[in-house]
Design a protein around this ligand. Structure first.
Ligand code: FES
Length: 175
């Protein structure tokens, strides 16, 4: 790491790397970057993969990419905000990300997604009119062993069903 990096930024990077160490999705993303030899010109491709894994590009994720590709964070943020297909954060107060990767799909992830879409009258990628819920999808978040997986506000939850998903979301909506 560059010795010239200011301390608050260093601390922030350390916090991000700690966060990343506990979440398999960062590992998968790192493997993907490795496939591209950590090339800086693979940034857009890497951000696509990141969005596919997480549903949207949260701050920690962008900083993680900037550290691993050795790019200034401003460059990574700049690219992420420039292209309309990148979503920087869910608009709603809460985010539910349904994994639609193969392992989750064969175990009924589509039914979970349909159940949420029907109940809250939104499609994947949309937010409810009261801004309480953003519904997102991802492709294989690295938790195939506990499929189907759903991520509620950043917490990966195993073996979801349409019922448990609606129950969880309902708690958000009634608060
Ligand atoms: S397919 Fe959903 S976690 Fe792998």
């Amino acid at each position: 790491m560059n010795a010239a990096v200011a301390t608050p930024q260093k601390n922030r990077i350390q916090a991000v790397l700690k966060h990343a160490s506990g979440d398999k999705r960062f590992k998968i993303l790192e493997v993907h970057m490795k496939k591209h030899q950590f090339r800086q010109d693979a940034l857009i491709e890497v951000l696509h993969k990141a969005q596919e894994l997480f549903g949207y590009l949260e701050d920690d994720l962008l900083l993680f990419v900037s550290v691993k590709l050795k790019l200034p964070p401003s460059r990574v943020y700049g690219v992420a905000t420039f292209y309309h297909f990148f979503q920087l954060k869910p608009q709603g107060k809460h985010a539910c990300v349904v994994c639609l990767g193969t392992a989750c799909y064969v175990k009924g992830a589509d039914k979970i997604l349909n159940g949420i879409q029907d109940k809250y009258k939104i499609k994947a990628g949309e937010t409810t009119a009261d801004n309480q819920l953003s519904l997102l999808t991802a492709r294989c978040i690295g938790a195939c062993g506990i499929a189907p997986a759903v991520v509620y506000d950043g917490t990966v939850t195993p073996r979801a069903t349409p019922e448990t998903a609606l129950e969880h979301i309902n708690q958000w909506m009634t608060k």
